[in-house]
Design a protein around this ligand. Structure first.
Ligand SMILES: [Zn+2]
Length: 63
């Protein structure tokens, strides 16, 4: 399986519904708001949250 961020096949693991390699996880855990890659990670967080939230929305639909 490939890392969903950098496409590497090295040392990947799943976090929520995506695959992430150790390098990307380390960057992700230590990313700074001032970093130029922050927007990329911010989008990733948005994707993660949508995966995380969607099943609950299906289980408990708002009327
Ligand atoms: Zn990666």
């Amino acid at each position: 399986m490939y890392c969903n961020i950098c496409g590497s096949r090295e040392d990947n693991f799943s976090i929520f519904m995506i695959k992430m390699c150790k390098n990307c996880f380390h960057e992700f855990a230590n990313i700074s708001i001032m970093d130029e890659d922050y927007d990329r990670y911010k989008n990733l967080i948005r994707i993660l949250l949508s995966y995380y939230i969607t099943p609950k929305a299906i289980l408990y639909p708002a009327n």
